[in-house]
Design a protein around this ligand. Structure first.
Ligand SMILES: [Zn+2]
Length: 239
């Protein structure tokens, strides 16, 4: 191959790289423009299976509440989430029992030793609600496909942070559900304080049987028993 061919091939490769980079930027822009996404009110009314499991809280589930000392801030039960859409009918935090127990014990330790508390952003997520999320954001980079499900659908995943004695969130570098490399656990171009806070959260979660993931500092799954995807839906009549 002569020099000219090498040059042509190199130029072609560089163009491809530029094209891929611009695609990535476009997808980021698309996410920022979520508010302009198609009208989702119809979606929210559809895709709810009327035959959802209606059994009461059973031996399978345990609810985490503010009475146990948690701060409950279930973002998908409000418009304060990355989709700016309310997904859940009401705010409750259910988990499989062993995961719930572990969180209760961890919260007790944080209160006792540090005057900290756990703040919970998302807990068990019924399959139908996974479908709602998917219908609004059909992108596996942000939402698990409903047929595959996520650990949240199995009742063992939690989205979580720590607050201090004045209920101020420890600085973790980004908000919950921030989609970008700054939210990655292995992104280290952050202040010493942020890195220490993330390390502290992860160390404590691991100590109580949870495992983190690389791309979201707030997401942890309990490593105990495996559970099937569930569509048990909690009642909103309580209170
Ligand atoms: Zn999560």
């Amino acid at each position: 191959m002569n020099k000219a061919s090498y040059l042509e091939i190199s130029l072609f490769c560089i163009s491809v790289l530029f094209f891929l980079q611009s695609c990535r930027l476009d997808s980021q822009k698309a996410l920022q423009n979520l508010t302009s996404i198609k009208d989702t009110s119809t979606i929210l009314k559809q895709n709810i299976n009327p035959d959802f499991e209606k059994e009461p809280l059973s031996t399978e589930w345990e609810e985490l509440t503010k009475d146990q000392g948690f701060i409950i801030d279930i973002r998908y039960a409000t418009n304060n989430n990355f989709m700016k859409k309310k997904i859940y009918d009401c705010s409750r935090c259910l988990m499989r029992k062993e995961a719930a127990r572990a969180l209760v014990l961890l919260n007790e330790e944080l209160v006792r030793k540090y005057n900290y508390r756990l703040k919970l952003f998302d807990c068990y997520r019924p399959k139908d609600f996974q479908q709602r999320l998917w219908d609004i954001m059909p992108d596996i980079n942000y939402v698990a496909h409903p047929s595959k499900g996520s650990m949240h659908n199995r009742g063992v995943a939690i989205d979580i942070t720590i607050v201090d004695s004045l209920n101020r969130e420890l600085d973790m570098g980004t908000e919950f559900d921030f989609f970008g490399k700054q939210a990655h656990y292995d992104y280290t171009n952050l202040s010493k304080e942020v890195l220490a806070n993330r390390k502290f959260l992860r160390a404590k979660m691991e100590q109580y049987g949870f495992a983190g993931i690389r791309t979201e500092w707030w997401h942890f799954s309990h490593k105990g028993k495996t559970y099937p995807i569930s569509n048990y839906r909690w009642s909103c009549d309580k209170k």
